[in-house]
Design a protein around this ligand. Structure first.
Ligand SMILES: [Mg+2]
Length: 313
């Protein structure tokens, strides 16, 4: 057992919960376009006066960048009270650390978080080095070197529609593109090439990701499941990179928008929500309620044991 694992045995979280009482249900959720939304992803297609109030959960360069509905924030706080909630994102650690999710107490942050599509498991905000070393070995044994992917992307990405080329955490690569200018068939061709080199391609908003196939969100969430001894796992996500996360859970949820919805992807155990845009975030929060097993929920919601009444004088 690693030193870090020892460190969080018997850990009491910021809500005062203990491992024994709180860890039975594990909820792993993607962030972008599942729980939190950039202005261009909000899809507020109702009349302005009917639009939900929004909470800014991320600021970049002094400007608000990501939002959730106030209702989603309320539901998330309720969820955190009864389950181990784990953000599971493709974001780098730096990108993740800009996100401040609502919680039961000011300054709350999730005890576990999965970043870099599973490449980093944060425990109390700090990278678990054992986990990261295991991932690096897995990629070295199974995938083409990242340099080769970066080189191919440099040739394949036309500067005409490529805004940025980035390497994330030395684990995967992505482009920021003018999506409407992508040539027809370009993504499919890249997907075929990448597959031959052990990589998956995912197109999310303006980003084209090339991610090593063994670098998965579900593997990292399974590690959290193992550590906390969860009996039930729920998950949510919208993109191709989330498909295996949804499949690995007892119950998965996907919004009515995104790569999975656009391709009509569905699977047993995965609920396809009708809601799109930021409204889908709240729906993910609402739907999970009945899925937390009643016995477990009752147990988790029990008030702390009362002190016995003082003996009569
Ligand atoms: Mg997403």
């Amino acid at each position: 057992m690693s030193e870090r694992t020892d460190h969080h045995l018997g850990h009491t979280g910021q809500t005062g919960r203990t491992d024994e009482g709180s860890a039975r249900v594990l909820v792993g959720s993607d962030l972008d376009r599942t729980l939190i939304y950039s202005p261009r992803a909000l899809a507020l297609d109702m009349a302005d006066e009917l639009a939900p109030r929004l909470l800014a959960v991320e600021v970049q360069h002094g400007k608000p960048l990501s939002f959730m509905t106030e209702r989603c924030a309320e539901l998330l706080v309720q969820l955190i009270e009864v389950a181990e909630f784990v953000p599971v994102t493709t974001r780098t650690r730096a990108q993740y650390q800009r996100v401040h999710l609502p919680g039961p107490v000011p300054g709350w942050s999730p005890r576990y978080a999965v970043c870099a599509n599973g490449g980093h498991l944060l425990v109390d905000g700090v990278t678990d080095q054992d986990w990261h070393a295991r991932v690096q070995q897995l990629l070295a044994d199974n995938c083409a070197p990242l340099d080769q992917i970066v080189h191919h992307l440099a040739l394949a990405a036309d500067p005409e529609w490529t805004l940025k080329r980035r390497v994330a955490e030395d684990l995967f690569a992505y482009l920021v593109v003018e999506r409407e200018l992508l040539p027809p068939g370009w993504t499919e061709e890249l997907t075929g090439w990448a597959d031959g080199h052990g990589y998956n391609v995912s197109l999310q908003g303006r980003k084209v990701y090339l991610v090593p196939q063994p670098l998965t969100k579900s593997a990292a969430l399974a590690e959290v499941e193992r550590r906390i001894g969860a009996s039930t796992v729920l998950s949510a996500g919208d993109s191709l990179l989330d498909a295996e996360l949804l499949l690995a859970a007892d119950q998965g949820f996907r919004p009515g928008h995104g790569e999975l919805a656009d391709s009509g992807w569905t699977a047993p155990g995965v609920v396809a929500l009708r809601e799109t845009g930021v409204a889908a975030g709240g729906e993910v929060g609402r739907r999970r309620g009945p899925l937390v097993p009643p016995a477990g929920l009752a147990q988790l919601q029990q008030p702390p044991p009362q002190q016995p009444p003082p003996p009569p004088p």
